[in-house]
Design a protein around this ligand. Structure first.
Ligand code: SF4
Length: 324
């Protein structure tokens, strides 16, 4: 699969969540000699630029710091009102998408069929019931690709960091092929977009090794004991993650538990969030590092994103609860 000629594309978009796999994807492209002046990082802000609800506030600033270090432009995109807006949707259409572009902010959608959620996304591999991934990430990226005429009549490589090791569902993903937004055979709006998952076959050890080689500091949740960077309050959270999140962000955790009561439906099938967290143990790294806990909750990134004294974070090779 390494015969893919990254230099044959006019643009290379790296979807960067800030998680280790997407960072490794970026670094691997640099290893492959991808032209930096044709690269861009896209990051989907799941809280829609509003107050922190589902995500780590430090994630978006970390991605910005990473982009700035490698001198690659970074464009944010988000669903208006974020995931909170979709979870609380009551008799209205799914909100519009906003995306940053070289030509300014673009807004699309928001006029679809009316509908109601008033429940959390289901813990399921199916993206229709686990609607958060589509609402906050997949559909947002598609909308951003379709909304920008600069992708017409040119070749775009859209690169993401899913790995087979993460789940049987992800193991079935193709490493390379036309992206959903590809219209290369269209006469009217012809857009060639290939989707490439270069680290699909990589092990976790290989992922950490490339971060270490470049000296890239893993973002803060890894240093607090989390094995994957998902939304902070991801519906796939383990019992230990729930206990740790209740410890780190008690008000936000309590707000989700209050929503469970309001919806009459829990996030986890088996029990409510508080009972779920009661079954877990707070990560030792989170207990030991209140300074890192505080930084993880800030809407800014302090200092460089690379270091000459790289250390494996506490969450490495630990629990890998997260989206399937
Ligand atoms: S990280 Fe978890 S909560 Fe966030 S969109 Fe993905 S599955 Fe949903």
């Amino acid at each position: 699969m390494e015969q893919i000629d990254v230099n044959s594309y006019d643009r290379i978009i790296v979807a960067c969540s800030g998680g280790k796999d997407s960072v490794a994807t970026l670094l691997h492209l640099l290893d492959c000699g991808a032209p930096v002046d044709r690269m861009e990082l896209w990051h989907h802000d799941v809280d829609g630029q509003g107050e922190a609800f589902m995500d780590w506030p430090s994630t978006t600033p970390y991605v910005h710091a990473l982009a700035s270090h490698f001198e690659i432009p970074c464009y944010l995109s988000w669903r208006e009102g974020g995931l909170k807006g979709e979870i609380l949707r009551d008799g209205v259409p799914t909100a519009a998408v906003l995306c940053e572009t070289p030509a300014g902010l673009v807004r699309r959608g928001g006029a679809g069929p009316v509908g109601t959620r008033l429940r959390f996304p289901q813990v399921s591999a199916s993206l229709s019931t686990r609607y958060c991934s589509a609402t906050a990430k997949i559909d947002v990226a598609d909308m951003a690709l379709r909304a920008q005429d600069r992708f017409l009549g040119s070749r775009t490589l859209f690169v993401t960091g899913e790995r087979a090791e993460e789940s049987p569902n992800r193991a079935r993903y193709a490493v390379f092929g036309p992206h959903r937004t590809d219209t290369r055979d269209s006469r009217r709006r012809c857009r060639l977009v290939d989707h490439y998952r270069p680290v699909h076959a990589w092990s976790e050890a290989e992922i950490w090794a490339i971060l270490q080689r470049y000296g890239v500091i893993p973002t803060l949740p890894y240093q607090l004991g989390f094995g994957r960077l998902s939304c902070a309050l991801c519906v796939f959270m383990s019992v230990n993650q729930a206990a740790t999140l209740r410890y780190i962000m008690p008000e936000r955790f309590a707000a989700l538990a209050a929503l469970e009561r309001h919806f009459g439906c829990t996030m986890k099938r088996e029990c409510g969030l508080h009972h779920y967290a009661d079954r877990g143990v707070v990560y030792a790294a989170a207990l030991a590092r209140p300074d890192l806990v505080a930084r993880s909750l800030e809407h800014q990134w302090h200092g460089p994103v690379v270091t000459s004294r790289w250390v494996l974070p506490a969450g490495a090779f630990g629990e890998s609860a997260g989206p399937t």
